[in-house]
Design a binder for this molecule. Sequence first.
Ligand SMILES: [Zn+2]
Length: 41
Amino acid sequence: MGKHKREVDCSACHGKGGKWESDDGNKVWRPCVMCNGSGKQ
Ligand SMILES: [Zn+2]
């Protein structure tokens, strides 16, 4: 259960590498600060 891969999904973004945030009606991609957008720890 998640221990098979050497790379572990970032716990902050769950491997997504960031999240979409709404900025004045526009969707802006915010890279995760924990993994610098890689999605991996
Ligand atoms: Zn992350």
